[in-house]
Write a protein that binds this ligand. Structure first.
Ligand code: PHE
Length: 437
């Protein structure tokens, strides 16, 4: 594979593709509903602390390892020590857990777009959402469309396409989010939502709040499963400043989450809706906002098309991890790898979609399959991957073997965080959630 290794056209390519992976449903769909279920302000505080300690450090570490080794994650960890190859394999497993349910939500977006061409359907989308997602056929069909679209892009090879595509999607997303936020903040009662979002209530903080905040950070910045190792392995020059490049990605990702929070929460209060609606929250709130603004149907359509694009750049990165792995390690052709993996996801994703309807009685640990997959990936697999990454790079390789910045202070903080804060933080939060400390 290395002889035909592609590379980004420019440094901007790496930034945009990384931002494309980071910014997605995690910010626009998952962040508001998880924050809503976990008390708003206190969740936000833990989320920000985790982002700028554990999250940013691990992103730097992954990217720097990718630049240094120019390999897929399993190969990269294998170069540190042959026994550590399994950390890269764990990332593949994590991706295989995320893609099915991520694509189910992707399917809901496609449904919104298709239905927005019929005015009566879109006005009812919000009230019919529960009914729609529980249907045994419709959402499964939309999920399949979304999954096959992702597979088609990965199949064609993404290095060139993604770079161009992100340049259009990202600015569009910002502009629309800003327009929506301004509209929502001028609604009656909107400030209640802003207050909810920014005022921490420590009486509501539990071990679960912290675990959920950490899980959200891992999911949102796409860290702990080797995405940045993969993407950074495609840089041409080694003189890229990992700190500067990846720092921008983290800021962008956090900024989009904050903008989304400032749009969804005020709207929830203004329209008197439930804060803890769960995965359906965005799909109930946003149509309400669109119904309340002039040319709302049009804005709604544009917004969901952009949302679709943002989600797609993330699911592409997820599928790319598995594809690269199957090509490199199992020596499959790209064609076969994508086909086999897509077939597997079609089956698991269908089951996940049905967990809102026919299979809603099937629960593991009190959670339907959808929530179970999400919990497993974000709160367990990715933090475990992050922990192992920190130990492998920080201790086995040695944090000082990677340069993330020429600034001594940044470099030293990175080394300290990687060796101490990341492993200790992840371990403490997980043990705490298990009730062990
Ligand atoms: N970060 C992406 C999002 O916010 C999801 C994702 C998770 C992508 C893990 C890749 C890896 O939607």
């Amino acid at each position: 594979m290395s002889h035909e290794r592609a590379s980004w056209g420019s440094k901007l390519g790496l930034i945009l593709a990384s931002a494309g992976s980071a910014v997605g449903l995690g910010n626009l769909w998952r962040f508001p509903y998880v924050a809503g279920q976990n008390g708003g302000g206190s969740f936000l505080l833990f989320y920000l602390i985790c982002t700028f300690t554990i999250g940013i450090t691990l992103v730097f570490a992954e990217a720097a390892l990718g630049v240094k080794t120019k390999s897929d994650p399993a190969g990269a960890f294998g170069k540190i020590h042959p026994r550590l190859k399994f950390i890269g394999v764990l990332g593949v497993l994590t991706s295989a857990v995320i893609v099915p349910y991520y694509s189910v939500v992707g399917g809901w977006i496609v449904a919104y777009i298709v239905k927005s061409f019929s005015v009566s359907e879109i006005q009812n989308f919000e009230s019919h959402f529960a009914e729609f997602s529980a249907d045994p056929v419709e959402p499964v069909a939309y999920f399949a469309i979304y999954l096959l679209t992702t597979a088609a892009v990965v199949y064609m090879g993404i290095e060139k396409g993604i770079e161009k595509y992100c340049k259009i999607i990202m600015p569009g997303l910002f502009v629309l989010l800003l327009v929506l936020m301004v509209r929502v903040l001028t609604l009656d009662n909107a400030w209640q939502g802003v207050k909810f979002f920014f005022t921490p209530d420590f009486s509501k903080v539990t071990a679960a709040t912290m675990l959920n905040a950490m899980g959200q950070v891992f999911f949102s910045v796409s860290v702990g499963m080797g995405i940045y190792i993969t993407y950074a392995s495609y840089v041409k020059n080694d003189d890229v400043s990992v700190g500067k490049t990846m720092g921008q990605v983290i800021f962008l990702d956090t900024f989009v989450s904050l903008l989304t929070g400032l749009t969804i929460f005020p709207a929830v209060f203004a329209f008197g809706m439930q804060m803890n609606a769960g995965p359906a929250l965005t799909f109930i709130t946003l149509p309400k906002i669109f119904a309340a603004i002039p040319f709302g149907t049009f804005f709604g359509l544009v917004f969901f098309v952009i949302l679709f694009g943002a989600a797609l750049t993330s699911s592409i990165s997820l599928m790319e991890v598995v594809t690269t792995f199957l090509c490199d390690q199992a020596k499959m052709t790209r064609k076969k790898a994508v086909a086999a993996y897509t077939a597997l996801c079609l089956v698991t994703g269908t089951l996940v979609s049905l967990s809102f309807g026919k299979l809603s009685g099937f629960k593991i640990g009190g959670k339907i399959l959808f929530d179970q997959f999400d919990f497993l990936a974000s709160n367990i697999l990715m933090p475990v991957g992050g922990f192992l990454t920190a130990v492998a790079i920080g201790w086995v390789l040695g944090a000082d073997k990677l340069t993330v910045s020429q600034n001594r202070c940044v470099q030293k903080s990175f080394e300290f965080c990687l060796k101490w804060i990341c492993p200790a933080g992840v371990l403490a939060i997980m043990l705490n959630a298990l009730g062990m400390i």
